[in-house]
Design a protein around this ligand. Structure first.
Ligand SMILES: C[C@@H]1N[C@@H](c2cn(-c3ccccc3)nn2)[C@H](O)[C@@H]1O
Length: 446
């Protein structure tokens, strides 16, 4: 018997409107974390802090007044929104999500609701507008990351423990609501809001506000998309409400991790997105990437394919430095993935879960409703035989990679081996399987 909820999921099932279909078809997005934290880049008073660079204020216990004065140094001379957009386009990203305001509370746009914003820096210009215009000009949709958690705002509270807390936090929620309305109104082409910083008790105790914020955004911009991370229901439950229904338009709980392709198949029933750092845990620019493992372009490309194979989006993070430049590692990753996407984008864009059982050699993807199933091979088996188990009334007619055909051997009902004759593999191999109804073709095995 479902629990009656006022602030729970507002609908069940996947959205089928054009805006959501567009978001879903993109599959690959560029996350950008940029703020005052990019100036020190994880180093303070000559000491390197290994924790996430965007947390330096708390890692190095820097007083708010000291941290906030970084605003007077923010002057990214190299910043060129068009160059950023070109790099993202070449990488094959179809959308970009930018931190309008991270936990530090500094706003990349000239907001009316706090002076702690870009217009009071030496740079002055509206970075958000320049990014939205440049990325949209490249045909890339722009989404806004917004941290509700705000270390700068005097009325922010982690919990509500007194009437004073209630009064202050109500002022804070009004402030945040005003900023969100300002963003949705002044940047009309924004397609989605990526909420963060919503795990504290103060928010869990104000589930009503999270629903109002989502409803306001969707009334200002019909079709607007909002991630599950914003919402708290009547009992403070987040992402999935007390009736286990997904709140918001897509699940955004996968941060620096991906769903398991065998055990977590439930995600194929709804929209979801995983966001990923290049180092083990750095979203903002960090001067020293030797402090942790840095993922290779191939590791990240496999994650993109992995997410697509489970019907989810992959949001790959870039952390520009205080001057507006990207690191060489990030440029190389964009260039490597872009080269592969130039040839193989069609097995990612507008593709999703094929409905077949994951095999060791790699991943399946399928373009919506297509009879073709794509195999993206990462691991060549010593046997040279790629196992494929099809589901239902399906027969594999051919297996092709560009002009090259691979032998298809039916080894049992609904089971095949694709004879993989490739020699050395230097990048994932895409093989397209053409299928037909088995009932319309002679059945070899009774
Ligand atoms: C999308 C990512 N979410 C932010 C974050 C992560 N965390 C966090 C804090 C404690 C444990 C685990 C995660 N707090 N804020 C990161 O700073 C980045 O913006």
């Amino acid at each position: 018997q479902p629990v009656p909820l006022r602030y729970g999921a507002q609908y069940t099932g996947m959205r089928t409107d054009e805006a959501m279909q567009q978001w879903r078809s993109h599959r690959f997005g560029q996350f950008i974390h940029w703020g005052l934290y990019a100036i020190p880049g994880g180093v303070w008073n000559g000491k390197t802090y290994n924790y996430a660079a965007e947390f330096l204020k708390s890692s190095a216990r820097i007083p708010t007044a000291t941290w906030d004065s970084l605003m007077y140094q923010f002057n990214p001379r190299e910043f060129d929104a068009r160059a950023w957009a070109k790099m993202a386009k070449q990488m094959g990203a179809r959308y970009m999500t930018i931190t309008t305001k991270h936990h530090e509370g500094f706003c990349l746009w000239p907001t009316k609701f706090t002076d702690f914003n870009i217009s009071n820096t030496p740079f002055r210009r509206d970075i958000l507008k320049e990014l939205v215009d440049a990325y949209n000009a490249e045909g890339i949709d722009v989404n806004f990351y917004y941290s509700v958690l705000d270390w700068h705002h005097p009325d922010w509270r982690y919990d509500i423990k007194s009437p004073e807390d209630s009064v202050a936090f109500r002022r804070f929620l009004d402030f945040a609501g005003n900023q969100l309305k300002e963003l949705a109104t002044n940047y009309p082409t924004v397609k989605a809001f990526w909420f963060d910083g919503t795990w504290d008790s103060s928010i869990k105790k104000n589930g009503w506000w999270t629903l109002e914020a989502e409803q306001m955004l969707k009334s200002v911009r019909p079709g607007m998309i909002v991630n599950s991370r914003l919402r708290a229901d009547d009992f403070g439950k987040r992402h999935f409400d007390s009736n286990n229904q997904l709140m918001g338009d897509y699940e955004s709980g996968y941060e620096r991790r991906l769903p398991n392709p065998v055990k977590d198949l439930q995600v194929t029933k709804w929209d979801w997105e995983a966001c990923m750092t290049v180092p083990e845990n750095q979203w903002g620019y960090h001067r020293d990437w030797t402090v942790s493992h840095v993922k290779s372009p191939l590791e990240l490309l496999e994650m993109l394919v992995h997410a697509t194979s489970m019907g989810g989006n992959f949001l790959l993070n870039f952390g520009p430095d205080g001057n507006g430049g990207f690191r060489n590692e990030e440029r190389h990753i964009a260039q490597f993935i872009g080269k592969w996407m130039e040839k193989n984008g069609p097995v990612i864009w507008d593709c999703g879960y094929a409905g077949w059982e994951k095999q060791d050699w790699g991943y399946f993807t399928r373009k919506n409703g297509s009879a073709h199933v794509n195999m993206i091979v990462f691991n060549k088996p010593v046997s040279g035989l790629l196992k494929v188990k099809v589901k239902g009334d399906v027969k594999i007619l051919s297996a092709k990679a560009g002009g090259k055909a691979y032998r298809v051997e039916e080894i049992a009902k609904n089971e095949y081996f694709i004879h993989f004759t490739d020699r050395k593999m230097t990048e994932p191999r895409v093989i397209v399987l053409e299928t037909a109804k088995a009932s319309e073709a002679a059945d070899k095995y009774q």
